[in-house]
Design a protein around this ligand. Structure first.
Ligand code: PLP
Length: 450
């Protein structure tokens, strides 16, 4: 783009002068140089310096169908031409919102038949948490207020989401609402000690039950957890964990909220993470992959058990957003689901995920820097370790990961560092050749880090 004088716009200086970024140390950003992303195509991005970068993170775990799909552009344009906006308050709806609600209900696990739309994952989480409290209030149990989450859980950055999540720095700055507590995550590699993964899964679930007993089940509204903890470092629970959580929530009459913002729409190799792990949620929060990130949209999918109370007993539910059920976002989501189902991207996630993991195992199992290679479907993490035998962390947790992340991007690959775990979640359309390239670029970067 040219400015009025006909010179190329220096986006770095424009950005530095005016743009406040999310999750950013701005002083550090201004001392370095912001990267300007200008184009996307398939699994690749291009920056303003002309670099081609393989996006091993699908943006922020969201561009499931890949970049620059003309079908999605056309769906947005057609809906914008017909009805660019109308709200769903005051007894109105629109065809894409109604059709998408129906389609999501069909895709969701049994008994989940109702949908409340919002715009971001954080808003969906806020909606689910408010709904949990309203549900119990309606049933005459207003004291059921506590929400149990987990350390390293991420549920967004609104005040409720930050409070429900288990990110210490976020709690320090904003997420200090009363009635939120966290328990140990099912992170075998970090906390499992001498236990087998199966034993540890039961042990980690027991922390939830102990916390419920400590607080008193009469005071607990809900347990919230991601099927696998993405932003916490792709923490994949042992298979014993979720069946226990199902049992515990049922026995103690606690609502179970599965935060599917990352896992939803094929990431794990099933449509939802709840399908993969056999979770029986009362509510599921979804976002990101619902539109492949092309336009903001999120939703809470509700089990009849919750929705029927809301519909038949609550009266007016004082909650919602100007853009709830936005017709353009819903039209894009419908087309995105056509792509996901039509191209078999959920099944592809299983097959290509296996290919990617096998290749990562081949190059990293004996790598001196790597302690663990893990993943399911097309999401995973490579945990860097100071001593792979004892699973010892590096002293300055996160420093080695950051170095590795920087080598990756300089070599043309986006992987994200969560502490010292390098996480990946490429678009579900990734090809065999692109997987080979991804593995080669990762190996080169890990070697440079070592
Ligand atoms: N929940 C989970 C599991 C997430 O991973 C995220 C974002 O990464 C959110 C909620 C928040 O979503 P958003 O950034 O769209 O508000």
């Amino acid at each position: 783009m040219l400015d009025k004088a006909g010179d190329a716009v220096n986006w770095q200086s424009v950005d530095n002068a005016h743009h406040l970024h999310p999750f950013t140390d701005h002083k550090a950003l201004h001392e370095g140089r912001v990267r300007v992303i200008t184009e996307g195509d398939g699994v690749f991005l291009k920056d303003s310096d002309g670099n081609r970068i393989l996006d091993g993170m699908a943006g922020l775990w969201c561009v499931n169908a890949g970049y620059s799909r003309p079908e999605l552009v056309q769906a947005a344009a057609a809906q914008m031409t017909k009805l660019p906006y109308y709200n769903t308050f005051f007894k109105t709806t629109n065809p894409p919102a109604a059709a998408l609600a129906q389609r999501l209900a069909k895709l969701a696990p049994e008994g989940i038949n109702h949908v409340f739309f919002a715009c971001s994952g954080s808003e969906a989480v806020d909606t689910a948490l408010r709904t949990a409290r309203v549900y119990w209030q309606t049933l005459g149990k207003p004291e059921k207020k506590f929400v149990i989450g987990r350390e390293y859980g991420y549920h967004g950055s609104t005040t409720l989401g930050a409070s429900a999540g288990g990110m210490v720095d976020m709690h320090r700055q904003a997420g200090d609402m009363p009635n939120f507590v966290q328990v140990m995550p099912p992170y075998w590699y970090g906390y499992g000690g001498q236990m087998s993964p199966a034993e540890f899964g039961i042990y980690a679930a027991k922390q939830v039950e102990d916390k419920i007993k400590e607080l008193g089940a009469d005071n607990v509204a809900a347990f919230i957890g991601e099927p696998l903890q993405g932003s916490g470092g792709v923490i994949i629970p042992p298979e014993t964990y979720w069946p226990e959580i199902n049992r515990i929530c049922k026995e103690h009459d606690i609502l179970l909220i599965a935060d599917e913002v990352i896992c939803g729409f094929g990431r794990t190799g099933k449509m939802f993470g709840s399908d993969y792990f056999g979770i029986k949620p009362d509510m599921m929060t979804v976002a990101k992959g619902i539109t492949s990130g092309y336009i903001p949209l999120s939703a809470v999918l509700m089990h009849d058990r919750v929705a029927n109370v809301l519909i038949n007993q609550t009266g007016e539910y004082y909650h919602g957003f100007t853009y709830s059920g936005h017709p353009v976002a819903c039209a894009v989501a419908l087309k995105n689901l056509d792509i996901i189902e039509g191209e078999g991207l959920v099944e592809r996630s299983v097959v290509m995920g296996e290919v990617l993991r096998q290749k990562f195992h081949e190059v990293f199992d004996d790598h001196p820097l790597v302690g663990d290679v893990r993943g399911i479907g097309l999401i995973g993490g490579i945990e860097l370790s100071a001593d792979k035998r004892t699973r010892r962390f590096f002293e300055k947790n996160g420093r080695v990961g950051q170095m590795c992340r920087d080598f990756c991007i300089n070599n043309g690959l986006i992987m994200r560092a969560v502490r010292d775990t390098m996480v990946f979640a490429p678009p579900l359309i990734i090809s065999h050749e692109e997987i080979d390239l991804m593995v080669a670029l990762a190996k080169k970067s890990f070697d440079q880090t070592y």
